[in-house]
Design a binder for this molecule. Sequence first.
Ligand SMILES: Cc1cc2nc3c(=O)[nH]c(=O)nc-3n(C[C@H](O)[C@H](O)[C@H](O)COP(=O)(O)OP(=O)(O)OC[C@H]3O[C@@H](n4cnc5c(N)ncnc54)[C@H](O)[C@@H]3O)c2cc1C
Length: 472
Amino acid sequence: MDNKVKNQIRSIVGKEHCSDRKEDLFLYSYDAMNRRYLPDMVAHPSSAQEISRLINLANEQLFAIVPRGAGTGLTGGSLAVDGGLIITTSRMNRILEIDPENQTAWVEAGVFNGDLQSAAAGYGLFFPPDPASMDFSTLGGNAAENAGGARAVKYGVTRDYVMALEVVMPTGEIVHTGSAAIKSVTGYDLTRLIVGSEGTLGVITRLLLKLIPIPEAVGTMLAAFPEISTAAKAVASIMSSRVTPSTLEFMDRTAVECVKEYLHDDIPSDVAALLLVEVDGSPSVVEADAKVLENKCLEAGALYVQSARDSEEREALWTARRALSPAIMKIRPLKINEDVAVPRMKIPDLITGIEELARKHRLSIVNFGHAGDGNVHVNLLLDPEDKEEVSRADHCVKELFQLVISLGGTLSGEHGIGIAKAPYLDIELESSATDVMRKIKQALDPKNILNPHKTFDYDKTSLERELSPDNG
Ligand SMILES: Cc1cc2nc3c(=O)[nH]c(=O)nc-3n(C[C@H](O)[C@H](O)[C@H](O)COP(=O)(O)OP(=O)(O)OC[C@H]3O[C@@H](n4cnc5c(N)ncnc54)[C@H](O)[C@@H]3O)c2cc1C
């Protein structure tokens, strides 16, 4: 990118709101995945109009634009793999309106999920999508990744709560999608096309989100199992019962060890897996439903089921659960984190298959995740200096994906494809499906300006430009 273009960017957003200094660019060269790519410039626009002008300039001068929220993505989606301009939504962080009667909120894309939760709680409402990163990820990023969380088992994922969007298209037009009406079938569903498109089809600038009333009561239980397979059986039994839990989270023994400092009581050494189970609703329903699920766990072979005695104990359990992903990093410096999902009745087969893969490839694998919706985080723990182990892990990941697809599952339940899973896309998608995606991208972004080299636009050559201590 030459200086003339950089000056045009400065004149659009103001020179105090952009930078091409290497120390600044470095901060935007990574996300929560283990790779680094340096952009040519980073800009912090304040409106859809400014973003539109930046995108028009990119189409004239042919440089890439990469949208970025808080950079907590786990698949490299916000990385400028081939240079170009990163645009952040950090200055577009206002909650514009909470409408308690219609139970909706208009927000700018850079608002943190957790900030919306706090504001909505003042009206007795909440926004159900609750990624573990909710306190430090943006709603624009959540929509772009179609993020999910522990509550997805009962309440669904981000897609289910986005009613309308303001989006800047890859050709610069500002488009309004969707409707404030609960029902709307006018035209193609552009909102659903943009949600989950990982920043490749448009830059989301504003969102109209659905909120729902906070349940009157919540019951939280921790069930301990002597084997992972019995915990998996309990998941299958719970999910085929008449009670839908609001949360059904799974942790294996190593995962529990990683966060035991947050847990009130010691976990006995014969415990191989834990389920964190929650039910919500009116107090009488919660009491009855909790009993049903407790029995399901005991029938499946739980050693014990313990209820959180108060809100402090419940909060401790949640703190432990949310701390899991970063805590696991402490065991080994390199972690490959897959977030595969299978039809939930296949969870026992998935867990057995993962145990076999770990043995076959001599790898340490930690499993935890949203068992209730079949979404298991499979963490391969590695030593980056051990090249032979890293190579075994690559084979293991490929076989994991093959296993998941053979069980009727999917490569990613919530983290998206980005660059991390792009090389494996054809294990899941038929070429006719990727062709349709390519045609949509081509129609909306003829010059391939917006977030190139992601998902099906995988380009090995660009990815090889990764920063290393030698070239950084
Ligand atoms: C500790 C930890 C826990 C996590 N837990 C969960 C979890 O439970 N569930 C889950 O789903 N994810 C989880 N994640 C992953 C991540 O937090 C989510 O994907 C989140 O939605 C990303 O939001 P962000 O603002 O950080 O987006 P970024 O990482 O900045 O960007 C993610 C993608 O969205 C695009 N994007 C960002 N903003 C926009 C916009 N305004 N318009 C268009 N495209 C945009 C980017 O180009 C990129 O492709 C976790 C991550 C961490 C580090």
